[in-house]
Design a protein around this ligand. Sequence first.
Ligand code: PNS
Length: 170
Amino acid sequence: MIAIYPGSFDPITLGHLDLIERATRLFSRVIVAVLRNPNKTPLFTVEQRLNQISSATSHLPSVEVDSFDGLTVNYAQMRQAGVLLRGLRAVSDFEIELQMAHTNKTLSTQVETVFLATSNEHSFLSSSVVKEIARFGGSVDHLVPPHIAMDIYQCYSQIPQFPNIPTPRQ
Ligand code: PNS
């Protein structure tokens, strides 16, 4: 059985990676699929994220990294995957994830959504939390792999903390 693990992964965190590692024990192939989403302004380009995920999963031979446009179920069917994998951290995730699973079921009855509970130590962790901490100068070394932490620090060192405030005319 092939599973697709779709998401934004901006950036991938230790929580995502824990889920991927556990999924490799359940599925013959796990395709980590980054959505090319024109509606979001990400910190990292899709190509950067693909590279980050590839290096972080290079020790897992059954993991493939790819990107996709459009509907996830269409991509899943194109890749002959029977499962969409999603992580559940807390009850707050459940409502939106269940809605997404139901929506996807109306689009294709061939693809099942499988939820994996995230490990307890990652239950608070999200890409947004990582970006928030790094933006305000905190360490994210315990939240993402080392090479991704370096990418994040580099990114934020290039982004001004505060927008330029125009000086009033004299
Ligand atoms: O990491 P994210 O941002 O929570 O991932 C959300 C994602 C990419 C899985 C979801 O937005 C998605 O599947 N988008 C593709 C469009 C789609 O298929 N929509 C129908 C399901 S609501």
